[in-house]
Design a protein around this ligand. Structure first.
Ligand code: ZN
Length: 270
């Protein structure tokens, strides 16, 4: 009896370590592709990773996600210049988020959909932070993938995704048309993609949390005069953060506000 409990504990520890490593590798790949996309370089085929500063082609021991940065103490092995912390941050965020989503959903369609939302949102946030631009094709790709993943669950699940995309897109579009500034069409496309993947209930909740997180971070900076109203603040990362929060809290909220949102079969298919 005791032995059985121990072996299942070992099993869950192994799967958490596995999801942390898979998340770190995904984060490393997503960050590299996002930076290459933003720099207008191609990221498929032959181009090898090199140091941003000295241009030396990096070898396998320099490219282990998270660990290389720690063992090299954040410096290039060859030129000793500091390595951008953004690589490291993207790997850590992806590792922790991937493992947390695995714990939240277990091996299930909900996990697959959650990881698609999380990883694509990370990519779109990174290009938004780097060059202030969300690529339509990468935003729409998430929505298309989400709808494809909904097909086996039937027509209501597909419709839920289509309406989710429309809710996300139209809400941001309305803000753009009313306020003329602040938000861009990249943000609307981002919510089209997220909404298509998560469905209409989670899409509405993602908008709510996205604006909450944005308000909590941006308003104090404006009050402290670190930011002016005209400064271009990338808003994509806040919307992305909102959607990731909802991947964890959404079901509890939909249950609580069920009378308002209509009865739901439970995420991801409603
Ligand atoms: Zn270097």
């Amino acid at each position: 009896m005791e032995l059985a409990a121990t072996s299942s504990q070992i099993q869950s520890i192994i799967s958490i370590i596995f999801s942390l490593s898979a998340g770190a590798c995904a984060g490393s790949f997503i960050n590299a592709t996002a930076m290459r996309t933003a720099a207008d370089k191609k990221w498929w085929g032959g181009e090898r990773s090199s140091c941003d500063k000295c241009g030396v082609i990096l070898r396998a021991p320099d490219l282990v996600p998270i660990l290389s940065f720690i063992f090299l103490r954040g410096k290039c092995r060859y030129c000793k210049e500091p390595i951008s912390r953004r690589h490291f941050a993207a790997e850590i965020i992806s590792a922790v988020g991937t493992a947390a989503l695995y714990v939240r959903w277990g091996l299930s369609p909900a996990l697959a959909l959650s990881l698609a939302v999380f990883w694509f949102s990370l990519f779109n946030s990174l290009t938004d932070i780097e060059i202030g631009y969300i690529y339509d094709v990468w935003a729409v790709a998430l929505g298309a993938l989400g709808i494809l993943m909904r097909i086996p669950a039937g027509v209501p699940a597909i419709l839920d995704g289509v309406i989710g995309g429309a809710v996300g897109f139209c809400f941001i579009a309305l803000i753009i048309l009313v306020s003329r500034g602040g938000m861009g069409w990249g943000d609307a496309m981002l919510m089209l993609g997220i909404g298509g993947a998560v469905g209409w209930r989670y899409s509405a909740l993602s908008l709510y949390f996205g604006f909450m997180v944005g308000g909590v971070i941006v308003l104090p900076l404006m009050l402290m005069k670190k930011l002016k109203r005209k400064d271009a603040i990338p808003l994509g990362p806040f919307l992305a953060a909102g959607s990731v929060i909802v991947l964890f809290l959404g079901n509890a909220l939909v249950r609580r506000f069920g009378y308002f949102l209509g009865s739901s079969p439970g995420w991801p298919w409603g």
